[in-house]
Design a protein around this ligand. Structure first.
Ligand code: SAM
Length: 223
């Protein structure tokens, strides 16, 4: 069986009891970066485990090796560096192959940055559109322009390197809707967790002043 285990996005306390038990008891852990998962295990006082690194585009033969072990009855866990595997992280290819080959999986839910941001945003979240990371070049402009008519809350990830540029581009793309609400969630679950509430009109100011450190989620209220 493959257990898909969510791990914390910053605050170690957010690992679940079930997640700890599974990481303790499984035969090996399929992970993204063995150093990151090794550090997590150490911080959680879990004993050393065999770690199998599997990046987004890992050689399908490596996936075959993992599938063989699962078919032989081994209990393996799948984690990513942080949060929920498969959410803007590797994991999809392995879970897809498990589904194709009728290999049993179980999912242990936990932290995901976009859900945490939505939950604290104060924006309507009964319906929302999750976009992962925006494309850097092809299709970016068209996508940003499409936000103008979007009636659902939109949520996406942004890195520290592009946060200023993206906020300025959003200000441009949504210039016809100056009162539309934007929330930027920074460093969720960590010491410097901050929710910045602004509007499209306030974006240029925020772009200049926001602390350019850590991790960001951008939430845009409905039109
Ligand atoms: N699998 C993760 C999840 O379930 O949320 C997402 C991984 S994705 C590679 C990393 C991006 O998620 C970061 O660039 C940032 O946009 C967002 N993120 C992750 N942790 C965060 C945090 N503590 N605070 C704000 N954003 C975070």
């Amino acid at each position: 069986m493959l257990s898909i285990v969510s791990t914390p996005i910053g605050n170690l306390g957010d690992i679940t009891v079930r997640g700890m038990e599974t990481l303790r008891n499984c035969a090996a852990i399929v992970c993204e970066d063995t150093r990151v998962t090794g550090t997590l295990l150490k911080l959680l006082s879990l004993n050393r485990k065999e770690l199998i690194s599997m990046h987004g585009y890992t050689d399908p033969r490596k996936i075959d090796g993992v599938l063989d072990r699962l078919k032989n009855g081994e209990h393996l866990a799948l984690v990513s560096d942080a949060g929920t595997p498969g959410i803007s992280d590797p994991g999809y290819a392995l879970v897809h192959r498990c589904a194709e080959e009728n290999i049993r999986i179980e999912v242990l839910p936990g932290a995901a940055a976009f859900l945490t941001a939505l939950s604290g945003s104060g924006l309507p979240i009964n319906r929302f559109l999750y976009l992962g990371f925006l494309p850097m070049k092809k299709g970016r402009k068209t996508l940003l322009a499409s936000f103008v008519g979007q009636e659902q809350t939109i949520v996406f990830y942004e890195s520290v390197h592009r946060i200023e540029r993206t906020l300025l581009e959003l200000a441009d793309a949504l210039a016809s809707q100056p009162t539309r609400v934007i929330v930027i969630a920074r460093e969720l679950t960590k010491l410097h967790e901050t929710f910045h509430h602004t509007t499209v009109a306030g974006l240029p100011d925020l772009a200049g002043n926001i602390v350019k450190k850590g991790e960001f989620v951008i939430v845009i209220g409905p039109m």
